[in-house]
Design a protein around this ligand. Structure first.
Ligand SMILES: *Cc1c(COP(=O)(O)O)cnc(C)c1O
Length: 380
C-alpha cells in the first residue's frame, strides 16, 4: 500500500529522483527585480520594493496597513509588543505549532498557556478555548486574569496550521468577550481565507512568514498586518530602532529593534507576489489529486475545513496509529519521497513543560498520526 503512495507522489513530480517536502519556485521577475535593486544601491531597509511590498500585502489580505519585517518570528514578537503583552503575562496558543510562536511569547518574558486544537482544522479550538476561559478566567474591568496564578491573560495567538484556517470568527468573539488581544499567527496561511476573509485580518494584528519553505518566499521575511493605524505606525517605528523621524538627527526615544525587511528581500517578494495566485491554483490542484487518491484508503487526507479556502501550504495525512505512521515515514524517506511527522508538541519541550494547559487530546492524537507529504508547486 505504501508503494502505491510513493509511486503516486513520484508521478506528480516527474523527473526528480528525490521529492522534497516543499521547494521554493522562482519562475518570474525575481532576477530582474534583484538586479534592479542592486543597481539602485538601495539594498537595505529603505527602498521602493519595501514600500511596494507593504502596499501589496495590505491590498492582497484586505488589511488597512502592512509592515514588513525581517522574518515571521520577528513579526510575531513585534505584534505582541504593540498589542501590549508584558512580562509574566499569559498568552494563549496551541501546542501544535512551529516553535517560533512560543519563542516570540518568551522574548517578552510572557508564558504560553496551551489550549487544544480542533481535529478537523488542526488549529486552536474555539470550543476548548471557551471551556478553558469559562473555568479559569476572571474578568476585572476589560481584562482577564488566571484564577489560579493571578497572571493577566493578555493575548491569544491561534495558528492556521499548514494553511488550513481555524474557527477564527468564533475565537475572535471569545477574545473580545474576555478582553484578550487576538494576534493571528498566519505564517503558513498567505492565500487562505475563512468565510472569504483573508486569514490574519480577524484580530488586532496578524503576522506572515516568507521563509524559504513557505508558499512564497524571499529567503527570510515577514509582515505584520492590522487595521489599526496607531499600531501600524508603532510597529514600523519599533522595527526601525525606534528612530524619531528627522532629516539628519539620530534621536531614539525607546528601545527599538532592527527588524525591518531589506529592500533586496522585498524585491524578491514583489516578484513572488506576482505568482502567488498561480502557485495557489497549482497547489489546490495537487491537493485535489491527493484527496482523490487517498479516498477509500486507510491513509486519511486532511482536506480544507468547511467555510474556508486553504492555501494547502503543506498537505498532510493521518495514519491509523503511531506504528503505521513510523512505518510510513521510514518507507517514504527510504524511497526518495520526503515526508515529515508533526512538530513535537510545545508542552513536551523542556522550555515549556511547566506551562499551564488545558486538555490536549486532539493535539496528542494528531501528533501521533500526522505526516506531511510533498506539496511544492509542480513545474509544468
Ligand atoms: C514559519 C513560521 C513562523 C515564522 O518563521 P520565520 O522562519 O521566522 O519566518 C512562525 N510561526 C509558524 C507557525 C511558522 O510556520
Amino acid at each position: 500500500m505504501f508503494k502505491d503512495t510513493v509511486d503516486f507522489i513520484k508521478k506528480q513530480f516527474p523527473g526528480q529522483d528525490f521529492i522534497p517536502l516543499h521547494e521554493p519556485r522562482f519562475l518570474g521577475n525575481e532576477k530582474k527585480y534583484l538586479l534592479d535593486c542592486i543597481d539602485s544601491t538601495f539594498v537595505s531597509s529603505v527602498g521602493k520594493y519595501v514600500d511596494d511590498f507593504e502596499k501589496q500585502i495590505a491590498h492582497y489580505t484586505g488589511a488597512k496597513y502592512a509592515v514588513a519585517a525581517v522574518n515571521g518570528t520577528a513579526a510575531l514578537h513585534m505584534a505582541m509588543i504593540v498589542a501590549g503583552v508584558k512580562r509574566d503575562d499569559l498568552v494563549i496558543t496551541q501546542p501544535l505549532s512551529f516553535i517560533a510562536t512560543c519563542n516570540a511569547i518568551s522574548y517578552i518574558g510572557a508564558k504560553p498557556l496551551f489550549v487544544d486544537v480542533d481535529a478537523d482544522t488542526l488549529g486552536l479550538s474555539s470550543e476548548k478555548l471557551k471551556q478553558y476561559l469559562n473555568e479559569f478566567a476572571v474578568k476585572k474591568g476589560n481584562e482577564s486574569f488566571h484564577k489560579i496564578t493571578g497572571q493577566r491573560i493578555s493575548a491569544c495567538v491561534p495558528m492556521h496550521t499548514f494553511g488550513h484556517p481555524c474557527r477564527i470568527d468564533e475565537i475572535a468573539a471569545i477574545c473580545s468577550e474576555y478582553g484578550i488581544a487576538l494576534i493571528e499567527d498566519a505564517a503558513e496561511s498567505i492565500g487562505s481565507y475563512f468565510k472569504e476573509k483573508h486569514t490574519g485580518t480577524f484580530g488586532l494584528l496578524g503576522t506572515f512568514s516568507f521563509n524559504g519553505n513557505k508558499t512564497i518566499t524571499c529567503g527570510g521575511g515577514g509582515a505584520i498586518v492590522t487595521n489599526d493605524e496607531k499600531l501600524a505606525k508603532k510597529a514600523k517605528y519599533l522595527t526601525t530602532q525606534a528612530k524619531v523621524p528627522h532629516r539628519w538627527d539620530f534621536v531614539h526615544d525607546e528601545i527599538g529593534y532592527n527588524y525591518r525587511m531589506p529592500n533586496l528581500n522585498a524585491a524578491l517578494m514583489c516578484a513572488q507576489l506576482e505568482q502567488l495566485d498561480s502557485f495557489l491554483d497549482n497547489k489546490r490542484e495537487l491537493a485535489g489529486l491527493y484527496k482523490d487518491f487517498f479516498k477509500d484508503n486507510a491513509i486519511q487526507f486532511i482536506a480544507e475545513p468547511s467555510a474556508s479556502r486553504s492555501n494547502y501550504w503543506l498537505c498532510a495525512v493521518l495514519l491509523e496509529n503511531k506504528d503505521k505512521r513510523d512505518e510510513f515515514l521510514a518507507y517514504t524517506n527510504d524511497n526518495g519521497v520526503m515526508t515529515r511527522p508533526s512538530w513535537t508538541l510545545m508542552h513536551k519541550l523542556i522550555m515549556f513543560k511547566d506551562c499551564l494547559r488545558g486538555n490536549l487530546d486532539n493535539a496528542e492524537m494528531i501528533e501521533s498520526r500526522l505526516v506531511n507529504i510533498p506539496s511544492s508547486v509542480r513545474l509544468k
